[in-house]
Design a protein around this ligand. Structure first.
Ligand code: DX5
Ligand code: ZN
Length: 218
């Protein structure tokens, strides 16, 4: 896989929220491909972030696609609001709804791309029947809720199995990604990397993004 097929989605969770507009501009200038927005409700995960009004306000200041990762209970009650706020892709946790197939279809019917996410403990069989319909599969490589956690290495064979399952579909990995882990997940078959603390703690966002995009085992 060549470097230009790897896409980087910086997670705003680790940015300076008091300067949200400037941070988005900086990662855009640094070569990000999309912007990862982590939506947490204090129920599905033990943390709270932001909702549709904040997404709508950053949409107005951002030309990159908004990659919106919903970590919320009863996502069916909120997807329309997130689409109207400007999400380009809405990714739902398979564990968060009784009828993932119905919700994926509904998001797509609203004119938005739809992705499905699996927690580290969720087997890939649970999304097999969705593989042909989703626009992206996201493998969580930490337990969702917080930035700055360590990559769970047991996710590598799972990423490979999901790549075999989904063909050319986008395969995103989220949690604990740095330039070393990036080489491992790319070798396993990932082509979209989320990174929060690695990028926002780096002295150069551009260098961090470049190192992630070009990370390979030699
Ligand atoms: C965690 C979030 C991630 C998080 C990743 O629940 O879904 O997107 O921001 O942060 P890092 O890259 O610091 O592990
Ligand atoms: Zn995320």
């Amino acid at each position: 896989m060549s470097a230009n097929t790897i896409k980087i989605s910086p997670s705003l969770l680790s940015c300076d929220f008091s300067r949200l507009g400037e941070e988005i501009q900086a990662i855009t200038d640094a070569g990000a491909d999309m912007i990862h927005c982590d939506i947490m409700d204090g129920h599905f995960v033990p943390n709270i972030t932001f909702g549709p009004p904040v997404l709508a306000s950053l949409r107005a200041h951002c030309r990159l696609p908004l990659d919106v990762h919903l970590m919320i209970e009863e996502p069916e009650n909120y997807v329309q609001a997130f689409v109207e706020a400007g999400a380009d892709i809405l990714t739902i946790q398979v564990e968060s709804t009784r009828h993932p197939h119905r919700l994926i279809r509904r998001i797509q019917d609203l004119g938005c791309k739809a992705g499905i996410v699996l927690n580290p403990g969720t087997p890939e069989d649970s999304i097999k029947y969705l593989a042909d319909m989703v626009d992206m599969v996201l493998v969580m490589s930490v337990n969702p809720g917080f930035g700055g956690q360590s990559f769970i290495r047991e996710m590598l064979p799972k990423i490979s199995r999901i790549r075999d399952m989904i063909g050319d579909c986008d395969l995103q990995v989220d949690g604990g990604i740095d330039e070393h882990v990036a080489a491992d997940v790319i070798a396993a078959g990932a082509n979209v990397l989320v990174a929060g603390s690695y990028i926002f703690n780096h002295h150069s966002y551009a260098k961090a993004i470049r190192l992630l995009k070009t990370a390979r085992h030699t």
